[in-house]
Design a binder for this molecule. Structure first.
Ligand code: IMP
Length: 523
C-alpha cells in the first residue's frame, strides 16, 4: 500500500519499526551509487545518517571524535559543567584540522614541562614557538616529540629554547608561496609538508608571523578517514546538548557557542513554552548557531518549534531502549508513526528530522529514513562501543558496558532531572532505567558494518539517497505493509537447530560473542 494511504487507513494506531515492512522496488543502478549524505539541520550536512545521543553513557569527546571520523556527528551530553563541556567540544574541534589557525604556542622561555602538559591535554606533539608566545607572533622555532620524548625527568626543567629547532633550520611555507587568488592550495601545502620529512609545516606571512600550522598526523588522520564529517577548515563537526532551563542554557550557550557547530535543546517534552521561548532567545543572541529542537512526536509540535526558529527536529518519546516514559506517564507514540507524521510536516518546511530512540538494527535505520527521517540518533547501539564513556565489564564471559537513561535516578542526580522537568521536585519517579549492553567493539568497525546493512537495504528498495527517498515520499511512491505476528516470526531467524556465529553477526556487528549476539537478537 502507498505510504500515505497506509497511514490514513491506520490513523489512530501507533506503529513501531518492527510492525512495518517496506516493498522492494525496481533497481537500475549499482550499490556504489548509494550515497548516505544527509542534512541534520538546515545548514549542517553529514556523510552518514547517524548521530549519537547526548547521554552520559554515550557521548563524550572520545565518541564524538570517533563518530565524526566515520561521517556522523556526536552530541556531547550536559551532565557536566558548561566549562567541561566546552573543553570536550574543543578537543573534538582540535582533533583533526587542515590548517590549524587557533594555535597553541609557547615562547622560548617555557619549560619542557609545559610542552608535555599540552601533549597530555590535547595530544599535540609538535608545538610552534613564537617570540612572545602569542599564537600569531613571530615564529622563532618548533619543538617536536623528537626534541623531548626521551628526556630524563630532571631535564624537563630545561627551556624550550634549549631543545627546539630554530626557525632557520625549519621548512616553512610563506602564505603567498602556497596560495592562488587568495586561497591556500591545500594540495601544495601537503606536498611541501611531506617533502620536508618534518612532523609539521608552519605557514607564515611575509614578515614571519605565524598564521597556520599543518601537521603530519592530521594529514594521516585525513587519509585514513576520508569521509569524516568536517567544517570548511577540515575540523570535525560536533554538537552539544543544552538544557531547556533558561539560566542554565544561558550560561552553557555562553561557554560553548564559539566552538560548537550545533546544539540540541534536550528535553523529553519539547512542545512547551520554555523551549519555544528559548529557541527564539537563542536565535536572537546567537543567530549563526544551528539549533535542533525536540523531543516531539506530533506535527503541531514540529510546527511550533519550526515557527520559533529551529533548524532541525528530534522526534521520539517513549521509544528509547532504557525508557519508561510510556509506562510511567502513558504518553508518547509508536516511533514509526511519530517519524512519519512529524517528517511529513517538517518536509514541507525543509527542516530535517532526526529519528531518536528505538533503533536496534540496520533495518530500523532504513525504515526511519523511508518514513521521512534524515538521520537516526543512537543510544544503546553506541553505548556498547569502546569509545563510549565507562568501563567494560565481563558478565558471564560477555564484555558489557553500563547504559542508563538520562531519566534514571543515577543520571538525574548528575543534572539531567531538568530533561524531565524534575529539577525542583523532591519526589521523583524515574523515567529511565540503568542496565548493561553487550560490547560491540570500536566505532570504527561497528559504524561501517551498520551502514553496509543500510546500503544493502536501500539497494533492494531501489533508493539511492536520502534525497531520493524524499522525492519518492513526495510522489507517494514508497510502499509498505503492516506485519502480522507470524510475518515477524517468519522474518526473523527460525526453524534452525543451530545458528552459526557468522550468520547471526549480521544483526549485531562483527565483534560480538555468540552469547551477546543471542542477547542482542532477543532484545
Ligand atoms: P535508544 O537508542 O533506543 O537506546 O534510545 C536513546 C534515546 O532514548 C535518547 O536519545 C533519548 O531520546 C531517549 N532517552 C534517554 N534517556 C532516557 C530516559 O531515561 N527515559 C526516556 N527516554 C530516554
Amino acid at each position: 500500500m502507498e505510504i500515505e494511504e497506509f497511514f490514513t487507513k491506520f490513523e489512530g494506531s501507533s506503529f513501531t519499526y518492527n510492525d512495518l515492512i517496506f516493498h522492494p522496488s525496481y533497481v537500475d543502478f549499482g550499490h556504489e551509487v548509494i550515497d548516505l549524505k544527509t542534512n541534520i539541520t538546515r545548514e549542517i550536512e553529514i556523510n552518514l545518517p547517524v548521530v549519537s545521543s547526548p547521554m552520559d553513557t554515550v557521548t563524550e569527546d572520545a565518541l564524538a571524535i570517533a563518530i565524526a571520523l566515520q561521517g556522523g556527528i556526536g552530541f556531547i551530553h550536559y551532565n557536566m559543567s558548561p566549562q567541561e563541556q566546552a573543553k570536550q567540544i574543543q578537543k573534538v574541534k582540535r582533533f583533526k584540522s587542515g590548517f590549524v589557525s587557533d594555535l597553541i604556542t609557547l615562547d622560548p622561555s617555557a619549560k619542557i614541562w609545559d610542552v608535555v602538559a599540552i601533549r597530555n591535554e590535547y595530544g599535540f606533539t609538535s608545538i610552534p614557538i613564537t617570540e612572545d608566545g602569542e599564537s600569531h607572533g613571530k615564529l622563532v622555532g618548533m619543538i617536536t616529540k623528537y626534541d623531548y620524548s626521551t628526556l630524563a625527568d630532571e631535564d624537563l626543567e630545561k627551556t624550550v629554547q634549549e631543545r627546539m629547532t630554530p626557525v632557520d633550520n625549519l621548512t616553512i611555507a610563506r602564505i603567498d608561496e602556497i596560495s592562488e587568488n587568495g586561497t591556500i592550495d591545500i594540495k601544495q601545502a601537503n606536498t611541501r609538508l611531506v617533502d620536508s620529512h618534518s612532523t609539521a609545516l608552519p605557514i607564515t606571512d611575509r614578515e614571519g608571523h605565524l598564521l597556520y600550522f599543518l601537521t603530519r598526523s592530521d594529514l594521516e588522520k585525513h587519509m585514513s578517514c576520508p569521509h569524516a564529517t568536517s567544517d570548511p577548515s577540515k575540523r570535525l563537526l560536533v554538537g552539544a546538548a543544552v538544557e531547556t532551563w533558561f539560566e542554565k542554557a544561558e550560561e552553557r550557550l555562553a561557554a560553548i557557542h564559539r566552538d560548537v557547530d550545533v546544539v540540541v535543546f534536550d528535553t523529553s517534552q519539547g512542545f512547551m513554552s520554555y523551549e519555544i521561548d528559548l529557541v527564539k532567545w537563542t536565535k536572537q543572541h546567537y543567530p549563526d548557531l544551528q539549533i535542533i529542537g525536540g523531543n516531539v512526536v506530533t506535527p503541531d509540535a514540529c510546527q511550533a518549534l519550526i515557527e520559533a526558529g529551529v533548524d532541525g527536529i528530534r522526534v521520539g518519546m517513549g521509544s528509547g531502549s532504557i525508557c519508561t516514559t510510556q509506562e510511567v506517564g502513558g504518553v508518547g507514540r509508536g516511533q514509526a508513526t511519530a517519524v512519519y507524521e512529524c517528517s511529513k510536516k517538517c518536509l514541507q518546511y525543509g527542516v530535517p528530522v532526526i529519528a531518536d530512540g528505538g533503533i536496534r538494527k540496520s533495518s530500523d535505520i532504513i525504515k526511519a529514513l523511508c518514513l521521512g527521517a534524515n538521520a537516526v540518533m543512537l543510544g544503546s547501539l553506541l553505548a556498547s562501543t569502546n569509545e563510549a564513556p565507562g568501563k567494560t565489564h565481563i558478565r558471564d564471559g560477555v564484555k558489557v558496558k553500563e547504559y542508563r537513561g538520562m531519566g534514571s535516578m543515577q543520571a538525574m542526580s548528575r543534572g539531567s532531572s531538568v530533561r524531565y522537568g524534575m529539577q525542583s521536585q523532591l519526589l521523583r519517579v524515574p523515567e529511565g532505567v540503568t542496565g548493561m549492553v553487550a560490547s560491540r567493539g570500536s566505532v570504527a568497525e561497528w559504524i561501517p558494518f551498520l551502514m553496509q546493512g543500510v546500503r544493502q537495504g536501500l539497494y533492494k528498495l531501489g533508493l539511492k539517497s536520502v534525497e531520493h527517498i524524499h522525492e519518492k515520499l513526495h510522489l507517494n511512491q514508497i510502499r509498505l505493509e503492516r506485519r502480522s505476528e507470524e510475518a515477524k516470526r517468519e522474518g526473523d531467524i527460525h526453524g534452525l537447530y543451530e545458528v552459526h556465529m557468522e550468520a547471526m553477526a549480521s544483526l549485531s556487528g562483527p565483534n560480538t560473542s555468540e552469547t551477546s549476539i543471542r542477547q542482542a537478537i532477543h532484545n
